[in-house]
Ligand binder design. Structure first.
Ligand code: MG
Ligand code: ZN
Length: 218
């Protein structure tokens, strides 16, 4: 599954199954806790550098409901500081060598945040298109962000991640004139691996597509 457990012996598979079963049970408990407070939790996943934090900063500045953010990174409190400067409470989780968030980490962060009723909770996962797709955090919806500075074939290369998405955001469309990125091909690849996913093209910096993003969120 991920870097710390890449071996495939029978013994390891059993351990992986136990890890996943425990995670799924904790995720269900998170989901109940969030539902009791009518908090809508969204798991944001992408490669590093796709613009997750920038999209969140903009979303916080334009907020129509209270927003709180859980920031996952291997190191540094930098992204949580950006979110706080934009005006929302944020908790940083540093995973160290870990390459994904799990339900237990998410639970601790939820307890630290003291969530407001009827709010939105964004969980910005560690930048990685592989194992975050395997770990349910208790979210209501999963969003995968891909930017036009990446390859348009990412959905074909990382199908599990794109299959897990309710929404795929293609970000940084303001850069399309300067990069070799086939937007139509990317949309087609997403539809191939996940015909049910909503797809939208946005620029978190210039504002393209943000009305659609807010319609989807609220
Ligand atoms: Mg970030
Ligand atoms: Zn991992």
């Amino acid at each position: 599954m991920c870097g710390d457990c890449g071996c495939s012996s029978a013994e390891t598979i059993t351990l992986e199954e136990r890890v996943m079963a425990r995670n799924d049970a904790l995720a269900m408990a998170n989901r109940d806790l969030l539902a009791a407070r009518r908090v809508r939790a969204i798991n944001l996943m992408s490669s590093p550098g796709s613009g997750k934090t920038t999209l969140l900063e903009r979303t916080v500045r334009d907020a129509r409901r209270p927003i709180a953010v859980i920031e996952g990174d291997q190191r540094t409190p930098l992204d949580a500081e950006r979110i706080r400067r934009a005006g929302a409470p944020a908790v940083q989780i540093n995973t160290g060598a870990g390459c994904h968030l799990d339900a237990a980490m998410t639970r601790r962060a939820i307890q630290d945040l003291d969530l407001v009723r009827d709010s939105l909770l964004f969980i910005e996962n560690v930048g990685n298109l592989i194992c975050p797709a395997l770990f349910d955090l208790g979210e209501e919806a999963s969003v995968v962000i891909v930017s036009v500075t990446e390859g348009a074939d990412k959905p074909l290369k990382y199908p599990h991640m794109f299959q897990a998405a309710d929404l795929v955001v293609i970000n940084k469309v303001d850069l399309l004139p300067y990069v070799d990125f086939d937007l139509g091909a990317c949309r087609a690849h997403i539809a191939t691996v996940n015909p049910a996913a909503t797809i939208m093209a946005v620029s978190a910096t210039r504002g393209d597509g943000l009305p659609q993003w807010y319609d989807w969120l609220y």
